[in-house]
Ligand binder design. Structure first.
Ligand SMILES: [Cu+2]
Length: 107
C-alpha cells in the first residue's frame, strides 16, 4: 500500500433508521471514543481532531451513500455515526464508531 491513498467508501444502510458515516483524522493518542465523550461532556472535540475528512450525510434506511477519504501513512482516523436515536443519544455512543490506522507494512 502506498500512501497517501484515496478511497471511495460505499455505505449501505440496511437498518431501520437513518445513519451516516463520518471520518476525522485523529490527533496522536486520541481515540474515536474520546472524541465522542468530549462532545457529550460539552467540551470542544476539535481539540482532539486534526481535521474533518468527510461524511456520507444522513442515509435513509434502504439507501446508500458514499464518502471519499484520503489516508496518510502513520496517521489514525476515527469514524462514527452522530445521528441521534429516539433516545436523543448519538448512535456512536451505542457502538457506531471505530478507528483506522494507516500503516505501510512489509510481509
Ligand atoms: Cu447511526
Amino acid at each position: 500500500m502506498a500512501f497517501p491513498a484515496t478511497y471511495e467508501i460505499d455505505f449501505v444502510n440496511t437498518g431501520e433508521e437513518p445513519h451516516e458515516l463520518s471520518f476525522v483524522e485523529l490527533k496522536a493518542g486520541t481515540t474515536a471514543s474520546s472524541v465522542i465523550e468530549a462532545q457529550e461532556a460539552g467540551e470542544d472535540p476539535a481539540t482532539l481532531v486534526e481535521q474533518f475528512l468527510g461524511t456520507t450525510g444522513a442515509v435513509d434506511p434502504g439507501s446508500s451513500g458514499a464518502v471519499q477519504i484520503t489516508l496518510e501513512d502513520g496517521k489514525s482516523y476515527g469514524y462514527a455515526c452522530l445521528i441521534e436515536g429516539p433516545d436523543g443519544r448519538p448512535h456512536a455512543l451505542d457502538g457506531m464508531l471505530g478507528e483506522i490506522s494507516a500503516t505501510t507494512s512489509a510481509r
